[in-house]
Design a protein around this ligand. Structure first.
Ligand code: HEC
Ligand code: HEC
Length: 243
Protein backbone atom coordinates (compact mmCIF):
# COMPACT_ATOMS: atom_id res chain seq x y z
CA UNK A 1 0.00 0.00 0.00
CA UNK A 2 1.38 3.43 -0.76
CA UNK A 3 0.95 6.63 1.14
CA UNK A 4 0.32 9.03 -1.68
CA UNK A 5 -3.03 9.33 -3.34
CA UNK A 6 -3.02 8.58 -7.05
CA UNK A 7 -3.52 11.51 -9.41
CA UNK A 8 -6.62 9.81 -10.83
CA UNK A 9 -8.30 10.22 -7.46
CA UNK A 10 -7.35 13.87 -7.32
CA UNK A 11 -8.42 14.76 -10.84
CA UNK A 12 -11.82 13.12 -10.84
CA UNK A 13 -12.99 15.54 -8.11
CA UNK A 14 -11.57 18.47 -10.09
CA UNK A 15 -13.74 17.44 -12.99
CA UNK A 16 -16.77 17.34 -10.68
CA UNK A 17 -15.93 20.85 -9.52
CA UNK A 18 -15.67 22.17 -13.07
CA UNK A 19 -19.17 20.87 -13.69
CA UNK A 20 -20.43 22.49 -10.49
CA UNK A 21 -18.59 25.72 -11.34
CA UNK A 22 -20.17 26.04 -14.76
CA UNK A 23 -23.60 25.30 -13.29
CA UNK A 24 -22.94 28.18 -10.87
CA UNK A 25 -22.14 30.59 -13.72
CA UNK A 26 -25.25 29.44 -15.52
CA UNK A 27 -27.50 29.96 -12.50
CA UNK A 28 -25.90 33.35 -11.80
CA UNK A 29 -26.76 34.42 -15.35
CA UNK A 30 -30.28 33.03 -14.93
CA UNK A 31 -30.69 34.81 -11.59
CA UNK A 32 -30.49 38.17 -13.33
CA UNK A 33 -33.66 37.45 -15.22
CA UNK A 34 -35.56 35.24 -12.76
CA UNK A 35 -36.62 35.68 -9.13
CA UNK A 36 -34.01 34.45 -6.65
CA UNK A 37 -34.28 30.76 -5.65
CA UNK A 38 -35.19 30.27 -1.95
CA UNK A 39 -32.09 30.11 0.31
CA UNK A 40 -32.81 26.71 1.88
CA UNK A 41 -30.24 24.41 3.48
CA UNK A 42 -30.77 21.94 0.61
CA UNK A 43 -29.84 24.67 -1.87
CA UNK A 44 -26.79 25.67 0.17
CA UNK A 45 -25.35 22.18 0.31
CA UNK A 46 -26.21 21.21 -3.26
CA UNK A 47 -22.68 22.01 -4.41
CA UNK A 48 -21.26 19.73 -1.72
CA UNK A 49 -23.25 16.57 -2.30
CA UNK A 50 -21.55 15.44 -5.55
CA UNK A 51 -18.44 14.73 -3.51
CA UNK A 52 -19.75 14.21 0.04
CA UNK A 53 -23.10 12.48 -0.66
CA UNK A 54 -26.60 13.93 -0.19
CA UNK A 55 -26.45 13.40 3.60
CA UNK A 56 -22.68 13.80 3.98
CA UNK A 57 -22.23 10.03 4.00
CA UNK A 58 -19.27 10.21 1.59
CA UNK A 59 -19.03 8.42 -1.76
CA UNK A 60 -17.17 5.45 -3.20
CA UNK A 61 -14.24 7.73 -4.00
CA UNK A 62 -11.50 6.78 -1.53
CA UNK A 63 -10.50 10.37 -1.08
CA UNK A 64 -13.88 12.03 -0.35
CA UNK A 65 -14.51 12.05 3.40
CA UNK A 66 -17.73 11.38 5.28
CA UNK A 67 -18.99 14.54 7.01
CA UNK A 68 -22.18 13.19 8.62
CA UNK A 69 -22.24 13.03 12.41
CA UNK A 70 -18.85 14.68 12.94
CA UNK A 71 -19.06 17.34 15.69
CA UNK A 72 -20.27 20.70 14.32
CA UNK A 73 -17.31 22.69 15.64
CA UNK A 74 -14.91 20.19 14.04
CA UNK A 75 -16.59 20.67 10.65
CA UNK A 76 -16.72 24.44 11.13
CA UNK A 77 -13.00 24.53 11.99
CA UNK A 78 -12.22 22.62 8.79
CA UNK A 79 -14.30 24.95 6.61
CA UNK A 80 -12.41 27.89 8.14
CA UNK A 81 -9.11 26.04 7.64
CA UNK A 82 -9.90 25.62 3.93
CA UNK A 83 -11.01 29.23 3.62
CA UNK A 84 -7.85 30.52 5.28
CA UNK A 85 -5.41 28.09 3.64
CA UNK A 86 -4.50 25.97 6.69
CA UNK A 87 -5.77 23.00 4.66
CA UNK A 88 -5.13 22.71 0.94
CA UNK A 89 -7.41 21.05 -1.57
CA UNK A 90 -8.15 23.48 -4.42
CA UNK A 91 -11.85 22.59 -4.99
CA UNK A 92 -12.57 23.01 -1.26
CA UNK A 93 -10.48 26.19 -0.94
CA UNK A 94 -12.33 27.67 -3.91
CA UNK A 95 -15.82 26.74 -2.75
CA UNK A 96 -15.58 28.38 0.68
CA UNK A 97 -13.48 31.46 -0.24
CA UNK A 98 -16.36 33.92 -0.03
CA UNK A 99 -18.56 32.25 2.57
CA UNK A 100 -19.06 33.98 5.94
CA UNK A 101 -18.50 32.35 9.35
CA UNK A 102 -22.24 32.41 9.96
CA UNK A 103 -22.94 30.59 6.70
CA UNK A 104 -20.18 28.02 7.37
CA UNK A 105 -21.56 27.45 10.87
CA UNK A 106 -24.98 26.60 9.51
CA UNK A 107 -23.53 24.17 6.94
CA UNK A 108 -21.39 22.53 9.64
CA UNK A 109 -24.42 22.12 11.93
CA UNK A 110 -26.47 20.64 9.09
CA UNK A 111 -23.91 17.91 8.34
CA UNK A 112 -23.22 17.23 12.02
CA UNK A 113 -26.91 16.36 12.47
CA UNK A 114 -27.13 13.94 9.54
CA UNK A 115 -27.24 10.23 10.45
CA UNK A 116 -27.00 8.22 7.20
CA UNK A 117 -25.87 4.61 7.60
CA UNK A 118 -22.15 3.85 7.52
CA UNK A 119 -20.64 1.97 4.58
CA UNK A 120 -19.68 -1.64 5.26
CA UNK A 121 -16.12 -1.84 6.65
CA UNK A 122 -13.32 -2.34 4.09
CA UNK A 123 -11.91 -5.84 3.52
CA UNK A 124 -8.34 -5.99 4.81
CA UNK A 125 -5.70 -5.76 2.04
CA UNK A 126 -2.66 -5.77 4.34
CA UNK A 127 -0.96 -8.47 6.41
CA UNK A 128 -2.35 -9.49 9.77
CA UNK A 129 0.87 -8.17 11.38
CA UNK A 130 0.17 -4.73 9.90
CA UNK A 131 -3.44 -4.85 11.14
CA UNK A 132 -2.24 -5.85 14.61
CA UNK A 133 0.20 -2.92 14.67
CA UNK A 134 -2.63 -0.59 13.64
CA UNK A 135 -4.93 -1.89 16.35
CA UNK A 136 -2.17 -1.55 18.94
CA UNK A 137 -1.49 2.08 18.02
CA UNK A 138 -5.16 3.06 17.92
CA UNK A 139 -6.16 1.41 21.20
CA UNK A 140 -2.92 1.56 23.23
CA UNK A 141 -0.43 3.85 21.44
CA UNK A 142 3.32 3.22 21.57
CA UNK A 143 4.91 4.55 24.77
CA UNK A 144 8.45 3.99 23.39
CA UNK A 145 7.75 6.43 20.56
CA UNK A 146 5.64 8.78 22.75
CA UNK A 147 2.57 8.08 20.65
CA UNK A 148 -0.63 8.28 22.73
CA UNK A 149 -3.52 5.94 21.90
CA UNK A 150 -5.71 7.48 19.20
CA UNK A 151 -8.71 6.33 21.27
CA UNK A 152 -7.56 8.57 24.15
CA UNK A 153 -8.89 11.56 22.20
CA UNK A 154 -11.05 10.08 19.43
CA UNK A 155 -12.98 8.03 22.01
CA UNK A 156 -13.14 4.33 22.85
CA UNK A 157 -15.77 3.81 20.15
CA UNK A 158 -13.72 6.05 17.77
CA UNK A 159 -16.75 8.28 17.22
CA UNK A 160 -14.91 11.44 18.32
CA UNK A 161 -15.65 13.85 21.17
CA UNK A 162 -17.66 17.06 21.26
CA UNK A 163 -17.05 19.83 20.41
CA UNK A 164 -14.24 19.41 17.86
CA UNK A 165 -12.64 15.94 17.69
CA UNK A 166 -13.87 13.91 14.70
CA UNK A 167 -14.77 10.25 14.63
CA UNK A 168 -12.35 7.96 12.77
CA UNK A 169 -14.89 5.32 11.72
CA UNK A 170 -16.43 5.29 8.25
CA UNK A 171 -13.36 6.81 6.57
CA UNK A 172 -11.39 5.21 3.73
CA UNK A 173 -7.79 4.14 4.38
CA UNK A 174 -6.49 6.40 1.58
CA UNK A 175 -8.18 9.43 3.11
CA UNK A 176 -6.78 8.72 6.59
CA UNK A 177 -3.22 8.16 5.36
CA UNK A 178 -3.39 11.26 3.16
CA UNK A 179 -4.46 13.40 6.16
CA UNK A 180 -1.71 12.05 8.40
CA UNK A 181 0.75 12.63 5.52
CA UNK A 182 -0.52 16.21 5.15
CA UNK A 183 0.10 16.91 8.84
CA UNK A 184 3.61 15.48 8.54
CA UNK A 185 4.46 17.50 5.44
CA UNK A 186 2.87 20.70 6.80
CA UNK A 187 0.02 21.08 4.29
CA UNK A 188 -2.66 20.52 6.97
CA UNK A 189 -2.72 22.58 10.15
CA UNK A 190 -5.14 22.77 13.06
CA UNK A 191 -5.55 25.49 15.69
CA UNK A 192 -2.33 25.65 17.80
CA UNK A 193 -1.15 23.73 19.71
CA UNK A 194 -1.62 21.31 16.80
CA UNK A 195 -1.57 17.97 18.64
CA UNK A 196 -2.17 16.01 15.42
CA UNK A 197 1.01 17.49 13.91
CA UNK A 198 2.96 16.28 16.94
CA UNK A 199 1.41 12.82 16.74
CA UNK A 200 1.68 12.44 12.96
CA UNK A 201 5.39 13.29 12.97
CA UNK A 202 6.00 10.49 15.49
CA UNK A 203 4.39 7.91 13.19
CA UNK A 204 6.55 6.11 10.59
CA UNK A 205 5.23 5.41 7.08
CA UNK A 206 4.49 1.85 8.23
CA UNK A 207 2.60 3.17 11.28
CA UNK A 208 0.48 5.45 9.07
CA UNK A 209 -0.40 2.57 6.76
CA UNK A 210 -1.16 0.33 9.73
CA UNK A 211 -3.56 2.72 11.52
CA UNK A 212 -5.28 3.68 8.25
CA UNK A 213 -5.75 0.02 7.29
CA UNK A 214 -7.02 -1.06 10.70
CA UNK A 215 -9.40 1.90 11.12
CA UNK A 216 -10.96 1.38 7.68
CA UNK A 217 -11.77 -2.26 8.50
CA UNK A 218 -13.71 -1.42 11.69
CA UNK A 219 -17.48 -1.71 11.89
CA UNK A 220 -19.07 1.54 13.05
CA UNK A 221 -20.84 1.19 16.43
CA UNK A 222 -24.64 1.02 16.67
CA UNK A 223 -24.82 4.46 18.21
CA UNK A 224 -22.19 6.56 16.42
CA UNK A 225 -22.62 9.82 18.39
CA UNK A 226 -19.45 11.62 19.57
CA UNK A 227 -18.53 11.32 23.27
CA UNK A 228 -19.67 14.29 25.42
CA UNK A 229 -17.34 17.30 25.75
CA UNK A 230 -14.58 16.86 28.37
CA UNK A 231 -15.51 13.21 28.99
CA UNK A 232 -11.91 12.31 28.06
CA UNK A 233 -8.80 14.08 29.29
CA UNK A 234 -6.66 14.47 26.16
CA UNK A 235 -3.03 13.31 26.73
CA UNK A 236 -1.71 16.31 24.74
CA UNK A 237 -3.14 19.82 24.50
CA UNK A 238 -5.09 20.46 21.28
CA UNK A 239 -5.98 24.06 20.36
CA UNK A 240 -9.23 22.99 18.74
CA UNK A 241 -10.45 21.05 21.81
CA UNK A 242 -10.24 23.34 24.85
CA UNK A 243 -10.22 21.43 28.17
C1 HEC B 1 -14.94 18.36 -5.84
C2 HEC B 1 -15.32 17.56 -4.66
C3 HEC B 1 -15.75 18.33 -3.42
C4 HEC B 1 -16.77 19.25 -3.31
C5 HEC B 1 -17.68 19.78 -4.38
C6 HEC B 1 -16.82 19.59 -1.88
N1 HEC B 1 -15.88 18.90 -1.20
FE1 HEC B 1 -15.52 19.03 0.78
N2 HEC B 1 -13.88 17.84 0.56
C7 HEC B 1 -13.49 17.21 -0.59
C8 HEC B 1 -12.24 16.50 -0.36
C9 HEC B 1 -11.48 15.67 -1.38
C10 HEC B 1 -11.88 16.74 0.99
C11 HEC B 1 -10.60 16.29 1.70
C12 HEC B 1 -9.52 17.27 1.25
C13 HEC B 1 -8.20 17.14 1.98
O1 HEC B 1 -8.09 17.61 3.09
O2 HEC B 1 -7.27 16.60 1.43
C14 HEC B 1 -12.95 17.56 1.55
C15 HEC B 1 -13.01 17.95 2.87
C16 HEC B 1 -14.10 18.59 3.46
C17 HEC B 1 -14.26 18.83 4.87
C18 HEC B 1 -13.33 18.35 5.97
C19 HEC B 1 -13.75 16.94 6.35
C20 HEC B 1 -13.00 16.35 7.50
O3 HEC B 1 -13.44 15.31 8.01
O4 HEC B 1 -11.97 16.88 7.90
C21 HEC B 1 -15.44 19.49 5.05
C22 HEC B 1 -16.06 19.95 6.35
C23 HEC B 1 -16.01 19.67 3.72
N3 HEC B 1 -15.18 19.11 2.78
C24 HEC B 1 -17.22 20.32 3.48
C25 HEC B 1 -17.68 20.62 2.21
C26 HEC B 1 -18.81 21.49 1.94
C27 HEC B 1 -19.64 22.17 3.03
C28 HEC B 1 -18.94 21.56 0.60
C29 HEC B 1 -19.95 22.40 -0.20
C30 HEC B 1 -19.93 23.82 0.08
C31 HEC B 1 -17.90 20.72 0.00
N4 HEC B 1 -17.17 20.18 1.02
C32 HEC B 1 -17.73 20.48 -1.34
C33 HEC B 1 -14.16 17.26 -1.80
C34 HEC B 1 -15.19 18.12 -2.09
C1 HEC C 1 -4.29 14.47 21.99
C2 HEC C 1 -5.54 14.14 21.30
C3 HEC C 1 -5.45 13.32 20.02
C4 HEC C 1 -4.83 12.09 19.86
C5 HEC C 1 -4.07 11.28 20.88
C6 HEC C 1 -5.06 11.73 18.48
N1 HEC C 1 -5.81 12.68 17.85
FE1 HEC C 1 -6.37 12.67 15.87
N2 HEC C 1 -7.29 14.48 16.11
C7 HEC C 1 -7.29 15.23 17.27
C8 HEC C 1 -7.93 16.49 17.03
C9 HEC C 1 -8.13 17.62 18.02
C10 HEC C 1 -8.30 16.49 15.66
C11 HEC C 1 -8.97 17.64 14.89
C12 HEC C 1 -7.88 18.51 14.32
C13 HEC C 1 -8.39 19.60 13.43
O1 HEC C 1 -9.16 20.45 13.91
O2 HEC C 1 -8.03 19.58 12.25
C14 HEC C 1 -7.89 15.21 15.12
C15 HEC C 1 -8.09 14.82 13.79
C16 HEC C 1 -7.66 13.62 13.25
C17 HEC C 1 -7.87 13.19 11.89
C18 HEC C 1 -8.61 13.95 10.80
C19 HEC C 1 -9.93 13.27 10.50
C20 HEC C 1 -10.63 13.85 9.32
O3 HEC C 1 -11.84 13.56 9.18
O4 HEC C 1 -10.01 14.56 8.51
C21 HEC C 1 -7.28 11.97 11.74
C22 HEC C 1 -7.22 11.11 10.49
C23 HEC C 1 -6.72 11.61 13.03
N3 HEC C 1 -6.96 12.64 13.93
C24 HEC C 1 -6.08 10.43 13.29
C25 HEC C 1 -5.49 10.10 14.51
C26 HEC C 1 -4.73 8.88 14.73
C27 HEC C 1 -4.51 7.79 13.68
C28 HEC C 1 -4.29 8.91 16.02
C29 HEC C 1 -3.42 7.91 16.76
C30 HEC C 1 -2.16 7.56 16.13
C31 HEC C 1 -4.79 10.16 16.60
N4 HEC C 1 -5.51 10.85 15.65
C32 HEC C 1 -4.57 10.56 17.90
C33 HEC C 1 -6.80 14.83 18.50
C34 HEC C 1 -6.06 13.67 18.74
Amino acid sequence: MELRVSSRRLFRPLLALLLIGSAGVYSAAKAQTQPKAPDTMEARVQGCTACHGSHGQGTDNDYFPRLAGKPADYLFNQLQNFREGRRKYPPMNYLVTYLSDDYLHKIATFFSQQRPPYPPPAKPTVSSATLARGQQLVLNGDAGKQIPACAACHGKALTGMEPAIPGLVGLHADYISAQLGAWRSGTRHAIAPDCMHTIATRLSDEDVNAVAAWLSTQQAPQNPVPAPARSLKTPLACGSEPQ
